[in-house]
Design a protein around this ligand. Structure first.
Ligand SMILES: [Fe+2]
Ligand SMILES: [Fe+2]
Length: 139
């Protein structure tokens, strides 16, 4: 049963890479468990941290493999997001944050990053691999 506070996944958030889309949905699921938590959600928080790190490592390896020109910028945004997630931890204890502020934090922290950074990166990766396929066919 969906809690009204949860951030709902939309098809518009899909970047077109099955692995990365699945990872994003999983991150959103964990973020939602933080959003609706009524006690300090320390386990969900630690799980989110761990999944975020492995997700970012996956994207960074993909950028390296394909020579994505926006890699440095994207990686520094990942580092900023990890710092933000770290800094937000204390705000959950004692219910110091209302649900709306936690929700809007994840909305911008996760969804804005997907739309502004991940989607253009995947578009590049897909067109680069399509060009590679065409070049191989022409050779
Ligand atoms: Fe991502
Ligand atoms: Fe990213």
């Amino acid at each position: 049963m969906l809690n009204a506070r949860e951030i709902v996944w939309k098809p518009a958030y899909e970047v077109g890479d099955a692995v990365i889309d699945a990872q994003h949905r999983e991150l959103l699921g964990i973020a939602n468990s933080l959003i609706v938590a009524t006690a300090e959600p320390i386990e969900a928080y630690l799980k989110l941290h761990e999944q975020v790190r492995s997700h970012f490592a996956h994207e960074e390896a993909l950028m390296r493999r394909t020579g994505y020109p926006g890699q440095l910028h994207h990686e520094s945004e990942h580092a900023r997001l990890v710092d933000l997630l770290t800094s937000v931890r204390g705000n959950f204890s004692g219910g110091a944050w209302g649900f709306e502020s936690v929700r809007s934090f994840f909305q911008s922290w996760l969804i804005d990053h997907i739309l502004s950074y991940d989607a253009p990166m995947i578009r590049y990766v897909r067109s680069a691999s399509a060009e590679g396929d065409a070049a191989r066919r022409a050779a």
